[in-house]
Design a protein. Sequence first.
Length: 185
Amino acid sequence: MPSCPHCERDFDTDRGVETHVGKMHDPLPKESLVDLYIHENLSAKEIAEHMDMTHRAVKNRLSKYDLWGKDPAKFHLQGHVYNGPHVGYPRWTHTGTGHRVRVHRLTAIANGVDPHKVFSAEVSIDHINGCPLDNRPENLQALSVKDHGNKDGKKSSAGHSHKDYLRALVQEPPGWAQNLPESDE
């Protein structure tokens, strides 16, 4: 006759033990969930893998304990974006909402550019040397959308256009590119 490993109560079937353990002896109590989700900054999926639980079971507990989406906000870096209108621009993505912000915009804000300008329809953040991976503050400048559009297709001070740089990067990646993490897209 199977019994509960926690309280040694006897049951007629293994399924009875599993149901009892799941309801009476939570393998992921609130304290553990707070530690993993908030303090260790693990996603629900990572917690599920770590605890050998289903993703849904973890999400249900996060909702039950009113932790879903709580701080600290979870962001992950998406490296090189290989398709779409912003090819090559790394971006931070909020895990819970999916909101994306390109890294060069965050860098510009961190270095004093007004966030209202950065996210306005009139201003664009330009990579001076044309390299979308070079997000050093000294390589970024705020330009009007018109001026930035005029610059695209023209040679930069480094002697190449944005499109030329991206084309070369894809055809012959620089040595340091080997050490970059793989994109999860």
